[in-house]
Design a protein around this ligand. Structure first.
Ligand code: G1P
Length: 326
């Protein structure tokens, strides 16, 4: 584990969502447990926090999320069976998820939005900066983002969000940031934030992706934040309040809010098509499965292309055959 988090040891992972986009798979299984290749999506996220030195992880859960707790706990029976068989590889894989850090759980109760989920972490986090990781975004471990965000927080104070440029036609799906350059390559100052702007009203095409390093001041702001988009308490709205806050008599502002513009590999597992893309991309790159899978996929695509060419070529012939000869 690299301790690159510049003193940030706590990470909060909201996992209370219902996962309705994946029904019926998520009827009895939390969406975070759906496997991307052979690991539940949530394990990639917890591994990312752990490798940034955040060894204290709080999951904000809801109903039907027990399998998450089991996944990050020991399974003595399975371990003993694999041990008795001498299956060291699988034993290591089974143990890995229970050795990622200290994992804690708190229930959200009412699902009142992401801002409310983060507020549920307040008693655990206390008065220290912390990270928030959303499970729908997988960040490739080769492109570290969280540790860079923690560095930016150490330098500028306040809170830091991860931003990514997206197609303007997609920005209404995200929190959107208006930004100013700081003179430091990938770091920008945030001047405005809007949760899921209506089409045509977005201040930029910089989307907030699911990584945050937050000042504990956010909790007070969240307590005062009214329901916003979708009738939910939005984290974006609380960050907006911090971004535009004026200094208080005691010298605190809670701000500033900076963005780290991420240009690395991000896999979105939030909807079905993106989930499939993430699965294919990760399987493609795997050392163990990759060679066989790549060979199969190339053949599959080539075969499909060939079938289309043959169909296109045959269509006029078939049409001619149907045209009565004069
Ligand atoms: C949440 C946030 C949004 C952010 C997005 C990133 O939205 O509210 O600001 O851009 O995550 O994935 P959700 O996708 O949960 O609706």
């Amino acid at each position: 584990m690299n301790d690159t988090s510049v003193g940030i040891t706590k990470a909060v992972v909201p996992v209370a969502g219902l996962g309705t986009r994946f029904l019926p798979a998520t009827k009895a299984t939390p969406k975070e447990m759906l496997p991307v290749v052979d690991k539940p999506a949530i394990q990639y996220v917890v591994e990312e926090a752990a490798s940034a030195g955040m060894s204290d992880i709080l999951m904000v859960t809801g109903r039907n999320k027990r399998p998450l707790e089991d996944h990050f706990d020991r399974n003595y029976e399975l371990e003993a069976t694999l041990h008795a068989k001498g299956d060291g590889d699988r034993l290591a894989r089974v143990c890995a998820s229970s050795e990622l850090g200290d994992i804690h759980y708190v229930r959200q109760g009412d699902p009142r939005g992401l801002g409310h989920a983060v507020l549920c972490a307040a008693p655990h986090v206390g008065n220290e900066p912390f990270a928030v990781l959303l499970g729908d975004d997988l960040i490739d471990p080769r492109d570290p983002l969280l540790s860079r965000m923690a560095e930016v927080r150490a330098r500028f104070g306040g809170s830091v969000v991860a931003l990514m440029e997206v197609d303007p036609g997609q920005i209404h799906l995200y929190g959107c940031a208006a930004i100013e350059a700081t003179g430091d390559g990938d770091v920008v100052r945030i001047t405005d934030l809007v949760e899921k702007p209506d089409p045509g009203t977005a201040p930029s095409n910089y989307a907030v992706i699911g990584r945050y390093v937050l000042d504990p001041e956010i909790f007070d702001v969240l307590r005062r934040t009214e329901p916003g988009r979708g009738g939910e308490i939005q984290l974006t709205d609380a960050l907006q309040a911090l971004a535009v806050a004026t200094p208080q008599p005691d010298g605190t502002t809670g701000g500033p809010v900076h963005g780290v513009v991420f240009k690395g590999r991000r896999y979105d597992t939030g909807d079905r098509a993106d989930f499939l893309r993430a699965t294919v991309r990760l399987a493609w790159e795997r050392e163990d499965l990759g060679p066989e899978f790549r060979e199969w996929l190339r053949e599959f695509v080539a075969q499909d292309a060939l079938t289309s060419v043959v169909q296109d070529a045959l269509t006029p012939v078939a049409q001619d055959a149907l045209t009565p000869v004069a």
